[in-house]
Design a protein around this ligand. Structure first.
Ligand code: ADP
Length: 247
């Protein structure tokens, strides 16, 4: 049974219809990427899935076994500037026994052992993203939502974070829903890519990808999958980039 079935019949802001008849399932432990042009409604869909936005026609059907825990990582790390690395993670574990030990162990898992006392401004952008990832994973989510978390990073840093995210999610066994406008990124990490059209957005194509690397991190070279996809759907790139443009 699916972890979550998402059905959005209609989502509008005022008179503007943003999403119409968007339906997909998320399997436990799966990695789904949601790709579409800027302004298509990808973040709106994530807000619906996370229940931050309940104003839509449709439904979210969770598996009865799901604890419905959702981790969320955004484009910006959104750390509290006055709290150190450890305290930023402890914040989401409020009241849990051993919160401090969990936070320290998460920092170690993202390669930041020894930096628990550092304030966000003392850490690089990549390190801040790693804390944001550790914070999202510390609650042991059923589903991790990633809203363009690797854009605005240089490519080697983005690649390191993709690898780390895949590794942690594989270890913890949670499902992932990644929003990106970067098709190469989607094809390199996901088991399945859903393509949204321009508004009102619908899922216009579902691309399933096989994994030959079941044991380790499953980051793959996106080029063969991209060539294969473009041969079958030459127009799919409208509004979507194939390489992240970094500053
Ligand atoms: P994407 O994430 O694909 O770039 P968004 O989900 O952010 O797209 O936005 C989809 C559309 O909905 C855009 O036209 C945007 O202007 C509009 N929109 C998003 N949030 C709001 C809001 N709170 N109020 C009004 N319009 C919104």
């Amino acid at each position: 049974m699916s972890l979550l079935s998402v059905t959005v019949r209609r989502k509008a802001f005022g008179d503007t219809l943003v999403l119409e008849d968007v339906e997909f399932d998320i399997e436990p432990g799966s990695f789904t990427a949601l790709v579409g042009p800027s302004g298509a409604g990808k973040s709106t869909l994530l807000n619906i899935v996370s229940a931050l936005d309940g104003h839509f026609e449709g439904r979210l059907d969770w598996s009865p076994q799901a604890r419905r825990r959702i981790g969320y990582m955004f484009q910006e790390p959104r750390l509290m500037p006055w709290l150190n690395a450890c305290e930023n993670i402890e914040l989401v574990l409020a009241g849990r026994a051993g919160a401090s030990d969990i936070a320290l162990s998460m920092l170690e898992r993202v390669g930041l052992a020894g930096r628990e006392g550092s304030l966000p401004r003392e850490l690089s952008g990549g390190m801040q993203r790693r804390i944001a990832l550790a914070r999202a994973m510390a609650i042991e989510p059923d589903l991790l939502l990633l809203d363009e978390p690797f854009s605005s990073l240089d490519e080697p840093t983005a690649q390191g974070l993709r690898r780390l995210s895949l590794h942690l999610c594989r270890e913890q066994g949670n499902a992932v829903l990644l929003v990106t406008h970067n098709l190469s990124e989607a094809l390199s990490v996901a088991d399945r890519v859903l393509f949204l059209s321009r508004g009102p957005a619908r899922v216009v194509h579902r691309e399933c990808l096989s994994h030959d690397d079941s044991a380790g991190a499953r980051l793959r070279d996106p080029d063969p999958a991209l060539r294969d996809l473009l041969a079958r759907h030459p127009d799919i790139l409208s509004g979507v980039v194939t390489q992240e443009e970094t500053s």
